[in-house]
Design a protein. Sequence first.
Length: 202
Amino acid sequence: MPTVEVNTPPYHGQVTVHQGRPFSAVTIGLTDSEGTPVAIDVQGHLCDEPVSQGGQLVATCAAVGPDDDERWRLELTSAQTRALENRDLILEALYKKTGEEWETAALFQVNVVPEHTLPVVSLEITGDLTIAVGQITSLVATATYDDDSTEDVTEWCEWTANPNGHATVPYGHGYVHGVNAGTTAIQAAIGSVVDTAAVVVS
């Protein structure tokens, strides 16, 4: 993740955004001539051309901060990156000091990588695996990707239950309903990657 000190002219660089993955775009900070952090406001825009040049806004980054060094981090959620088209984009980071106008801190060429190029290498089901008859529990599926990063993918998994009558997954999204006392294997899958958990109904 690039860190930009805005004491110098606008920084130019390149970043890669993976569809469907959260993204920490850039950290922005400003220091005075003695190296002391200066308080600033920060915002970030993903666009087809710089917004300052009339570009069309595609997404707005969340500005997280400031930290103890008055630095801000620009982020995109997995929902935002999943909605991005595979095309050339610009990330424009802006900053301003109190009472002054917004200035460009950095311009990044953005490479959007399609989601299907990011293989899930494993899944893990977690949650309360013991429920009472008539009770509903909510399980979570966490994916590990090929770069060792992880993400909650509960809503995107295909959930199934062993048809032995002890528990069902009537709503999907990790919800398990206890029907009769016994143990049922609950499975979450993304493509060919699968994990199974034993849910005990008592």
